[in-house]
Write a protein that binds this ligand. Structure first.
Ligand SMILES: Nc1ncnc2c1ncn2[C@@H]1O[C@H](COP(=O)(O)OP(=O)(O)OP(=O)(O)O)[C@@H](O)[C@H]1O
Ligand SMILES: Nc1ncnc2c1ncn2[C@@H]1O[C@H](COP(=O)(O)OP(=O)(O)OP(=O)(O)O)[C@@H](O)[C@H]1O
Ligand SMILES: [Mg+2]
Ligand SMILES: [Mg+2]
Lengths: 260, 260
């Protein structure tokens, strides 16, 4: 059975997509794993960040799964130019779909039920989530065995981390689904901002000590540039600090989640 | 009648809250305007970014307005330590509230109807929006005379700008509400990333030429630090490039919108 890892954070712009894309790629390429990258954010940034790897989608996306037109995310998974990496893209109707499923009984379990087949075909499934704790993120949490929470070094992001960790507690207690916190990932760390970094690190260590991942992702323009080029950072700038950091992250995650 | 300005962008982390907070403050302090800052993002970051100015809220927030418990945003507007600036805060139930109002007839008009009184008491109302184009952002657009769209210099943010501009078109044509684009604001501009900046600037100029604001906001740690301190950047670091840029923005916006 696959490890299913949601990359989620309520705060916008903290590096969820950048992390989901580069982590999925690194696990497939450097750890020889069969990886499925699922995009449940209606912005659809997984397909744009990797546009040179993922053939243009024919319209089918996550909405077809949530609305029951397709039975499993495996049916909408597309191969990419990297062996071992498949992508299930988002689609433009996902905003409307979220509204439509809102009234359904068991609305938060749709993605879990629709990933049974995929879980037998892949070693790891990575889910890129939107910047909120709405129905789509809830679906991802209930379909996941683990959650990775990126946070930039800001006080605004920190508050969102607490809200999400509380939501995980609710998922465990009220919905009876044991989703583990794979860890908290510090992102966009700018070495020049010592005072802010120290203040935020202290708060993160105090609240999440052992769950704070050792790997941190520095501010590195190669990450943003690689998205402009539609490639993973490893292809665009293999020697960059961003590529090194996401390679380290893949190693740490594969070790923590028992993948290899 | 007040000018009502939504600060909106589908992309997360592009500086919506940083812009709404510092623009509202600058209009009140440097242009002697009566300003109301409304937070319709359930993250509630307006209150955290200005925590030294805004007394802790007694629980009443935007949800009470959308659910009809309070008739006007004026009833929930709180004075701050800056003369001329009031804040209508968000609240923790706003996520649920968005789901509840989803099924109501005329759900997108609730905020507009609930701001009639406030519009007669203020010169400018600034609304901080969440990172999506859901019911809450739609309410803000329909309550607004203008929209300001922040965008960082990234390809992912650019796509979201097109979606929002399309949504404004739909609001005008289908819902018959004439909301004007006040302008596009370049944020988090890092002078070191010349190639990415040029590529994004070219795309923005091509698509939005005259609507691209002259003012741009540089990357400046004083902006993030001022939030850690709970103050507007003008109080925390009046000589910083961030403070200068937001002062320029207030000047450009007050001129473009005929405020003063
Ligand atoms: N370590 C980094 N160094 C430099 N730029 C980065 C880094 N991580 C992310 N970025 C850039 O910051 C922006 C935000 O990152 P990203 O879009 O991955 O965040 P997100 O959390 O997925 O945003 P959203 O909330 O909109 O989904 C992007 O333009 C990305 O290129
Ligand atoms: N010009 C800037 N220079 C440096 N840091 C900035 C700048 N503008 C914003 N920031 C920081 O970047 C982060 C994102 O900004 P902000 O929270 O205002 O964006 P947002 O669009 O409101 O995010 P969300 O989508 O989560 O609502 C914050 O931590 C903020 O302090
Ligand atoms: Mg994203
Ligand atoms: Mg915000």
């Amino acid at each position: 059975e696959a490890v299913v890892l949601s990359v989620a954070a309520q705060k916008g712009g903290v590096g969820k997509t950048t992390t989901a894309v580069n982590l999925a790629y690194a696990l497939a390429r450097f750890h020889d794993l069969r990886v499925l990258l699922v995009d449940i954010d209606s912005q659809g940034h997984v397909a744009s960040a990797l546009y040179r790897l993922v053939p243009p989608t024919g319209g089918e996306g996550v909405s077809d799964i949530l609305l029951g037109k397709k039975r499993d995310i495996f049916e909408v998974a597309r191969p990419t130019r990297l062996d071992g990496l498949h992508v299930t893209p988002s689609d433009r109707h996902l905003n409307e779909t979220e509204g439509i499923i809102g009234a359904r009984i068991g609305k938060e379990l749709l993605l879990r039920q629709a990933s049974r087949v995929a879980r037998t075909h892949f070693d790891a499934i990575i889910i890129d989530c939107p910047p909120n704790l709405g129905n789509l993120t809830l679906n991802a949490l209930l379909a996941s065995s683990h959650v990775l929470i990126p946070s930039d070094m800001s006080v605004l992001s920190l508050q969102g981390v607490h809200d999400l960790v509380d939501a995980l507690e609710t998922v465990r207690e009220r919905l009876g689904h044991d989703v583990k916190l794979a860890g908290l990932l510090r992102t966009r760390v700018d070495g020049r901002n010592r005072t802010v970094n120290e203040a935020i690190l202290e708060a993160l260590e105090q609240d999440y000590g052992p769950q704070l991942l050792k790997t941190q992702i520095p501010v590195n323009t190669a990450l943003a540039k690689s998205q402009l080029e539609g490639r993973a950072v490893f292809d665009y700038a293999p020697a960059s600090t961003g590529a090194a950091a996401y390679r380290d992250l893949a190693l740490e995650i594969s070790w923590r989640l028992g993948l290899s």
